[in-house]
Write a protein that binds this ligand. Structure first.
Ligand code: F0G
Length: 419
């Protein structure tokens, strides 16, 4: 299976185990799935993907949550804390205001640790157990560390997380701490943390659970599968577009992979696949730059800054998987300002949907693309909100109303309200 939307059948290589193997997206080298620890291709260092002899179709899915989709996953069951089956909210005022035919908000903040990362970890940590590795580790802007800490603990494994010092929202650090990860605060940004943890993994010190790990992305595919099933049930059609925030471009890659497998299984036509539309913060937008310049490679940004700390990333490691996804589906990528992100965070909050800044980027991006006419008024759109508002209580307090001091008596309160 190439990185395009094609209905071609795939031959399974000798390395396949029960119809599952790993394949390099660059040179096509194949590997057995659970034999050795490997994150990239031995031959060319390209990214690896999990491949299946028989990609699954909708008829094979049963149950609820991520493991409803086990037919599309490399294992039958995972280390689970009931992840997935997140709400797909209506947002009627925002839908009207932005001016699209339908707008739905897939709120991944409603997962057990409050972000979509749980979907990847339920699979990734189970694979780690299968491989019999010792200590689990990740670099993180926060959410991955919270999810790894929780799922690692659940699976009875030791976890180590590398965080950019001073740049991780309070809720996320608290989660990693309480779920018993060892937290290393690195004097550098996320990309530097990832460089170090990749090195540790290459030296066999830790098992890497960043989205470079191909098994994690398998779990994240289920976001796309849930959205497609819900649109089919509610509207009798597929969504025209899925808009999502982009950091390492893991989700973009995972959604694209879900769609490619459905096309290969004959469940959806290539031209029906939703347009993958990525949104980055202006201060950390290397993917947007690559899409705008029609470039094959993404240039690493050494200096990155944004209030949306979850996507404060200058070197999106999954770009080689994600760029074809954006292009082949007819999608695009757009950068938004921090103020536009905060405005969208308020807009979502006004519909009762509490999200962290990075998540609001999707809605900010949709608003911008609609205003520019890139998104049409006839489109049915799903925006992904990737993390819960409580992840970043400081950003929420700053974006919202100021508390007003009042005396502890009713008259005093009434007087204050009249002012
Ligand atoms: N939104 C949130 C809330 C995130 O935490 C992340 C990534 C993204 C979007 C971007 O997703 O990498 O798949 O493009 N957070 C990672 C972390 C980097 O360490 O928690 P992506």
């Amino acid at each position: 299976m190439s990185l395009s939307l094609s209905a071609e059948e795939e031959e399974s290589p000798a390395e396949a185990v029960d119809g599952v193997w790993l394949e390099c997206i660059e040179c096509g080298e194949t590997y057995a799935p659970f034999e050795d620890v490997r994150y990239t291709c031995d031959e060319c260092d390209g990214l690896l993907e999990v491949r299946y002899t028989d990609p699954a179709t909708f008829e094979e899915f049963e149950g609820e949550g991520v493991w409803r989709y086990s037919a599309a996953l490399p294992l039958e069951e995972g280390v689970s804390i009931q992840e997935g089956a997140t709400p797909l909210y209506e947002a009627p005022r925002l839908e009207d205001d932005i001016g699209v035919e339908a707008l739905r908000i897939k709120h991944e903040g409603m997962n057990p640790t409050g972000s979509f990362k749980d979907r990847g970890m339920t699979v990734g940590v189970a694979v780690a157990r299968e491989l019999g590795v010792g200590r689990l580790a990740c670099a993180s802007t926060g959410n991955t560390s919270a999810a790894l800490a929780a799922y690692g603990s659940r699976g009875g494994m030791e976890t180590l997380v590398l965080l950019p010092a001073g740049k991780v929202a309070a809720g996320k650090v608290g989660q990693a701490a309480l779920h018993d990860a060892r937290i290393l605060e690195v004097d550098g940004n996320f990309d530097a943390c990832l460089d170090v943890v990749r090195d540790l993994a290459d030296r066999g010190e830790v098992y890497l659970l960043n989205s470079l790990n191909p098994f994690r992305l398998e779990g994240q595919k289920t976001i796309g599968l849930e959205i497609l099933e819900a649109f089919q049930a509610d509207y009798g059609t597929w969504p025209d577009r899925i808009v999502l925030p982009v950091g390492n471009a893991g989700n973009t890659s995972a959604l694209y992979k879900a769609f490619r497998e459905l096309v290969a299984a004959g469940a959806i036509e290539p031209e029906e696949v939703p347009k993958l539309t990525g949104v980055q913060a202006e201060g950390a937008a290397p993917m947007v730059e690559a899409v705008e310049n029609d470039a094959d490679d993404v240039r690493r940004w050494e200096e990155v800054e944004t209030r949306a700390t979850a996507i404060r990333i200058g070197n999106p490691v999954n770009a080689p998987k994600a760029l074809p996804g954006i292009r082949e589906t007819g999608g695009t990528a757009v950068a938004v300002s921090d103020d536009e992100i905060t405005e969208a965070q308020r807009d979502l909050a006004a519909e009762g949907i509490g999200v962290e800044p990075a998540s609001a980027a999707s809605v900010a991006g949709l608003r911008k693309l609609r205003a520019e006419g890139v998104v049409g008024e006839d489109e049915r759109v799903a925006c992904l909100t990737t993390g819960h508002m409580l992840k970043d209580p400081d950003a929420a307090a700053e974006a919202g109303n100021e508390p007003e001091p009042v005396p502890a008596d009713t008259e005093g309160v009434l007087e204050h309200l009249e002012d």
